[in-house]
Ligand binder design. Sequence first.
Ligand SMILES: Nc1ncnc2c1ncn2[C@@H]1O[C@H](COP(=O)(O)OP(=O)(O)OP(=O)(O)O)[C@@H](O)[C@H]1O
Ligand SMILES: [Mg+2]
Length: 500
Amino acid sequence: METKEPIEDLHQRIQELEAELNKAKKKEELFLSILNSIPEEILFIDPEYNILDANKAFLDSVGLDKKDIIGSKCYEIFSKIGRPCQKGSESCPLNLAITSKRKVEIPISEKALGSVNEYLKIAYPITIGPSMSSYILEIRREFGSIPTLIKALRYSEQKFYSILNSVSEAIISINQDHEIILFNQAAEKIFGYKSREVLGHDLSMLIPPQYGDHYRHIRKFFEKPESKAIFRDITVTALRKGGQEFPAQIGISYLQTEDEHIFTAIIRDLSDKLDLEKRLLQNERFTAIGKTVAHVVHELKTPLMIIGGLSQQLLRTIPDSSTQKKLDIICEEVARLERLLMDLGDFTKEQTLVLRRADINDLIHDVIGMMIALPSSQRYHFVTKLCKSDVVIQCDPDKLKQVLINIVVNAMEAMEEGGEIEIFSKKLSDHVEITIRDHGIGIKEEDLSNIFEPFYTTRKRGTGLGLSISYKIVQAHCGELKAQSKVGEGTTFTILLPIR
Ligand SMILES: Nc1ncnc2c1ncn2[C@@H]1O[C@H](COP(=O)(O)OP(=O)(O)OP(=O)(O)O)[C@@H](O)[C@H]1O
Ligand SMILES: [Mg+2]
């Protein structure tokens, strides 16, 4: 006998079903809105190639309406053929996904309007529901943007390196372990290392050891990052490959990446700038002193000439020998003062050069020959190491000889007991370098900056003009005169002259 449900129960059952239907509709709506908001193109088919659904991105891309494709076979719509695409066909991962029951990815490259469209076709086999129905989900994922991105990245990397290498400042980055991770071409030039010699090495190789614990800045920064222990434009001493220290101006910036803390220093070599400033100052001082001295020389010359001339006359007429002796002393002192005035004249005069072509090695030989002829030179030994080829340059040979003599005489005076004086010449790409080295008393670091100053002397009878005149002569040749010294070890003078 058929049992009838009471009418109320039926009502309730209908309401429950309606509620469930509503829920399912809402879920479907949600699912569809999610599906349609996905930018990748998605297509559902069953194992018989019937199209079940497609998202908005897919429909937009093929330019069709959902109703035009649902229920149709995918190969009819997209390949316009009456049978499934051939198995293993490269452009269709569906066959493979259906047969292998695994996710299949196939990269596709299509030429369109002169450009290449690259994307990935992904087919997922899915089994759902109590009936274990199988579906295939096909996703089209654009990756044409990835090579473009890589290209853009490479381009910006190249741009970054070309900027990095075009600047004249050294740019060096280190990580939190003080390892050098970036070293531009200017850094190679300034520090003398090739980047491969420093990358991955500790920063300490670029800082003189006596400057102590340079890691403290980084430690301080990590202790109190807000204290901005990162500095701008401070002057430090840095270390070149050969161990030479040099003044540098440095600014540091900080960058935190996902996995690293990077400190980047921009470093300017100040040696040239300081040299230039020193030279400018020296020039100004030379000019000022020169004017005063020229005036004094002019005022002294005539009375000195008169004193000398009259003394000579008296010397010839006075028979008294003790007076003659006194007059002799006057004449000697007058002669000494006249020589001093000549030196002063040299110093105040604008150095006009009488240029001709001369071999630097010949000049060195001439000067050594002159020095050896001096009776006081017995205790000195000259060692030369001259460049093999001729170094013929456009110069004033007499003036350059005067420079060499001044420096060699100073070297002899610095080694009263005698010793070895070395003279080298070296041909550089566009300069010739002459080095004169002694092993004498040396010069204190604080005095080194004064030796080219006019009238600076530590000798009893020195005028303090030898080096300042030499400096002016070398400068008139567009060259450079430099000195390095260590007390008790000796002094080295270097003359750089352009090869013209
Ligand atoms: N080779 C050297 N070793 C040590 N000190 C040196 C050397 N050359 C120069 N000096 C120092 O530099 C000073 C200046 O040298 P400079 O030749 O200009 O003058 P000077 O030798 O004192 O006098 P003069 O004008 O007679 O040459 C010297 O007095 C000396 O103190
Ligand atoms: Mg001298």
